[in-house]
Design a binder for this molecule. Structure first.
Ligand code: ADP
Ligand code: MG
Length: 442
């Protein structure tokens, strides 16, 4: 039972974390593999889900509860579930056509547009206008955490407002499979067909999950054709281009390629920074008084290039930390508190690479950069290289020191601080750093 899970969690994560995060939760109910937990506010739910979700599920399972997923209900607000963004909370199927309520957070307003996603955004906007169908389907693809689900929910929101007369149905391919299999089992195929064939806009997320599922693919193909024949809009997403989804029948692939296929590219630095700024604005109200030092967002945007979900998780964690310790978050604190995330998303940039690029950039010899001459023309580039090593890699100060001609770690720290100061006041240095960073990132 829940008390036992709490006890297990306390020994697993320590009393401090336990008091902050687990103690305030209570188990409301479990059903169909989902454990509903009550949390005092959305951010506790969000944080716990991301940080301790797997552990909680593990301990619930040990108590004999067959739970695969957590959903958080916010106390006082019935049903405002906050959970992993990729898994919108599914209400029990009702008579309406909406299987999953669009996530309130995923709107066009909260979607930050940059080069890597501008086409996908524009195409989604077009579909969301609810005008005559111009391309069918809209096929969105891209790696994990780049905003596919966000855009689909945004379309659902906007269509809901502009065209309340339309039946919009959003399902993940998983849900499609599950419903198909249940319908077969319960001999309710007619209901199933009718349900899916009476929609005006069908969105199927993560279609790659149909790989290898032949009978579901067959049904999907017929559903698709029935809707396409009636001129209904379809929006499909996957983590790859249609042609690259291996065990998917050729006839489905060719249908998917008929419309507009757009990809979401990996984020670039500007987009990541934009997303962090937007997120920060949202946090201002939630964590009044919490301050983040300048440079922290830039630091995160530099170092976490993997996916937006990880980036958001990092910022969440920083805010949670700052609100507990009551201090301004500095780059050093971020580096400490996010070391696991930073290590995981390290681009494996080496110190040698940085030194080489910096010496090329300032047109000095590598041996001089590592040597002991202290003329200004050498000392400054050397410090720039130290700064980049500290900020762009996870190497410790002593490690960096060793690679700079066996310098002491305090020398490295001094260099890093110096550049931190200079980049605020000296635009030439700031430009150099920016150029070098770009060169090193690619
Ligand atoms: P995908 O479905 O492609 O795996 P999601 O749509 O679930 O990715 O996005 C992961 C997280 O990142 C979500 O919380 C989403 O809001 C956020 N996100 C992704 N791209 C953007 C963006 N351009 N602007 C704002 N938030 C974004
Ligand atoms: Mg998704």
């Amino acid at each position: 039972n829940w008390d036992q899970v709490k006890t297990d969690m306390r020994s697993a994560i320590g009393v401090g974390n336990f008091k902050n995060w687990i103690e305030p939760l209570s188990l409301v109910s479990t059903s169909e593999g989902v454990a509903y937990l009550a949390a005092p506010n959305p951010f506790v739910g969000d944080y716990v889900g991301k940080t301790y979700g797997d552990q909680i599920i593990y301990h619930l399972n040990r108590q004999g509860l067959a739970v695969q997923r957590l959903a958080f209900e916010i106390e006082g607000k019935a049903n405002t579930a906050v959970n992993d963004a990729a898994k919108p909370v599914v209400r029990k199927p009702t008579n309406t056509l909406v299987d999953a309520q669009p996530d309130q957070r995923f709107t066009f307003d909260s979607f930050v547009v940059g080069k890597p996603n501008e086409l996908a955004h524009a195409a989604s906007k077009r579909v969301a206008e609810g005008g005559p169908v111009t391309f069918n389907p809209l096929f969105l693809y891209g790696g994990v955490g780049l905003g596919k689900t966000h855009l689909m929910h945004a379309i659902a929101h906007e269509l809901g407002e502009r065209r309340p007369d339309l039946n919009v149905l959003y399902v993940s391919a998983d849900q499609f499979i599950y419903r198909f299999i249940s319908a077969l089992r319960d001999r309710k195929m007619m209901d199933f067909k009718q349900h899916f064939r009476s929609v005006d806009v069908l969105m199927v997320d993560d279609i790659q999950f149909l790989e290898g599922k032949e009978s579901t693919q067959e049904e999907f193909f017929h559903t698709y054709n029935a809707l396409a024949d009636q001129g209904k809009q379809m929006i499909i997403s996957a983590d790859r281009a249609p042609g690259e989804i291996r065990d998917l029948s050729e006839r489905i692939k060719s249908r998917l390629q008929c419309g507009l296929v757009v990809d979401l590219h990996p984020t670039d630095y500007e987009l990541r920074l934009g997303i962090l700024h937007a997120k920060q604005e949202m946090f201002v109200n939630v964590y009044p008084g919490v301050e983040i030092a300048t440079g922290v967002l830039e630091f995160l945007a530099h170092r976490i290039s993997s996916n937006v979900r990880v980036l958001e998780g990092a910022l969440n964690r920083l805010y949670a930390l700052a609100s507990m310790v009551g201090r301004t978050v500095t780059v050093e604190m971020a580096q400490d508190c996010l070391s696991d995330i930073l290590r995981a998303s390290d681009r494996k940039l080496t110190i040698e690479e940085i030194q080489r690029k910096v010496s090329e950039h300032f047109d000095i010899r590598l041996s001089d950069m590592l040597g002991s001459k202290r003329t200004r023309t050498l000392a400054r580039p050397r410090q720039v290289a130290m700064w980049l090593c500290k900020r762009l890699t996870s190497r410790s100060l002593p490690e960096i020191g060793r690679k700079f001609g066996k310098r002491d770690h305090t020398t490295i720290m001094h260099g890093v601080r110096k550049i931190d100061e200079l980049r605020q006041s000296d635009s030439q240095i700031a430009d150099d750093l920016e150029l070098l960073r770009r060169a090193l990132e690619h």
